[in-house]
Ligand binder design. Structure first.
Ligand code: SF4
Ligand code: SF4
Length: 482
């Protein structure tokens, strides 16, 4: 006896309608952004990459159009992640699983793979028949073309990914000349195979069994969140319909199962909202098409809130009478009736407030981002040296980040202690007057500071770095030990 039942393969049928169109548009826009973004150029001046979006692992920089992120500014990435997470929570609280249905990479690539499969093998019944048939030459070529197309899309996906970490045109030239590193090749192969497997085979199982977001997002739902809902008070009792037959004493669902066969998750939404539902809206398109064909109002399945459903159920008797009284040829769209949306609710307001404050903090941090940063480390071994004349010397390591695209020569001064002597040593312990740091780089110096040795203890001091040309300055707190 087996404890596990093999999951039945899902063959979603083609459907047309508003939500299918929105999904096509979302797919084209998102795939277009993913594949084309690494090719956008952004002039940052000489010696700096001109790729608009680039994660330069060798140079340890991240570039996003006019924003340049150094490893020391990784807090900006934390801010972006917080914004993305809260943005997702906000969208989920308002619109339910809109991310899953329209924008999640798993959904987008699966949609593309199903489109290829349908294009080569035909619609639902043809695909199912082909799978059940013996291996003929027709089945072999159709399967081969499908899988080769999937692998090609997978390779393009992996290929586009590595362009985000390298100069895209240069890497493209290397690729077509078979001159790429094992790292690049490894990433392309890994992403080709993972895309092929996830979108070609795993599909809805990723959403149902692998995705953690699917599990906890219901915590963001409330009774005013938009969900996909079937209206049993209007649809039941369901039953087959013959042209010209009366609707008296029966619901509007004609049990055609169009909503079930188009569902990419293979569920029947008439059984109520289920964890598998990704809110893609394709069952709405399918049902609206059927309702139009039988001259009934559309909207038997629709995006709605739990509060609206409860309100409708409490007046279902009156509603049923109202619907039954409509002329059967009525094509009035019923989807907007009895619907009200409460956008401003405690949780949406809290999410919006967090989004706004984190967003404004990020914008402020980017706008006021200094182009020079100074880090000072006091040398501990020894902490200080007492000189023969009684004076005391402390030594420090200085790191200067010149984030500008110009070479800079800084002046250094110290506050908080009487400075008898200040010596700056560049590479090779060469004394220098000005601290020269080339554009877009980090300069390392040693500093010897000599002061009076009359009072023992530790004195708080401040190193001040000034660019005499731009008047920009940076400072760092440290201490002097006697
Ligand atoms: S039930 Fe409808 S909205 Fe939910 S996944 Fe299936 S087709 Fe999409
Ligand atoms: S598509 Fe509409 S009419 Fe057909 S089974 Fe689904 S809910 Fe009923």
């Amino acid at each position: 006896m087996s404890y596990f039942e093999k999951a039945a393969k899902i063959y979603p049928r083609r459907v047309k309608g508003t939500f299918r169109s929105v999904k096509w548009i979302a797919m084209c826009v998102l795939l277009g952004i993913y594949y084309l973004a690494p090719w956008l150029r952004w002039d940052r001046g000489a010696h700096v990459p001109d790729q608009a979006i680039l994660v330069d692992l060798t140079g340890q920089r991240g570039y996003f159009f006019g924003i340049e992120i150094w490893p020391q500014e990784v807090y900006l990435l934390v801010g972006v992640l917080i914004l993305a997470a809260i943005g997702l929570f906000f969208a989920t609280a308002l619109l339910g699983r809109v991310w899953c249905g329209y924008a999640c990479p798993q959904t987008v690539w699966t949609d593309l793979f199903v489109w290829v499969e349908r294009f080569v093998q035909g619609d639902r019944n043809a695909r199912r028949k082909l799978d059940e048939s013996a291996w003929t030459s027709e089945k072999i070529w159709k399967k081969a073309v499908t899988h080769l197309s999937w692998l090609l899309i997978g390779a393009l996906t992996g290929g586009a990914w590595v362009f985000y970490f390298n100069d895209a045109p240069a890497l493209f030239t290397d690729i077509i000349h078979f001159n790429v590193s094992w790292t690049v090749l490894g990433w392309v192969i890994a992403l080709t195979l993972s895309t092929y497997f996830m979108a070609g085979f795993a599909r809805e199982n990723v959403c149902t069994y692998m995705c953690p977001y699917a599990r906890f997002q219901s915590a963001m739902f409330d009774k005013d969140t938009l969900i996909i809902s079937y209206q049993p008070e209007r649809g039941e009792p369901r039953g087959k319909h013959k042209a010209g037959a009366t609707w008296e004493g029966r619901g509007h669902c004609i049990d055609c199962k169009a909503c079930v066969v188009v569902c990419p998750m293979g569920i029947d939404i008439r059984e109520g909202l289920q964890m598998e539902c990704i809110s893609c809206g394709l069952c709405i398109d399918a049902c609206d098409d059927i309702m139009t064909k039988v001259n009934l109002p559309t909207g038997l399945i629709r995006y709605d809130t739990e509060n609206n459903q409860l309100a409708r159920r409490s007046t279902s008797h009156r509603l049923n009478i109202g619907l039954a009284a409509k002329p059967p040829e009525s094509k009035r769209n019923d989807s907007a009736s009895n619907q009200s949306l409460r956008w401003a609710r405690p949780r949406t307001l809290v999410y919006a407030a967090i989004l706004l404050s984190v967003g404004m903090t990020m914008v402020g941090a980017i706008i006021t981002r200094p182009l020079t940063e100074l880090n000072v480390i006091h040398t501990r071994a020894p902490q200080f040296v007492r000189l023969s004349d009684g004076e005391v010397r402390n030594t420090y390591s200085l790191k200067i980040l010149n984030k500008s695209h110009d070479d800079r020569a800084y002046n250094l001064s110290v506050d908080g202690v009487r400075v008898n002597e200040l010596t700056v040593l560049a590479a090779g312990d060469t004394p220098v007057q000005r601290l020269l740091v080339p554009a877009n780089s980090v300069g390392t110096f040693r500093v010897r500071l000599v002061s009076d040795g009359n009072a023992a203890g530790r004195t708080e001091i401040r190193f001040i770095l000034t660019d005499p040309v731009t008047r920009e300055s940076a400072h760092h707190e440290s201490y002097f030990v006697r």
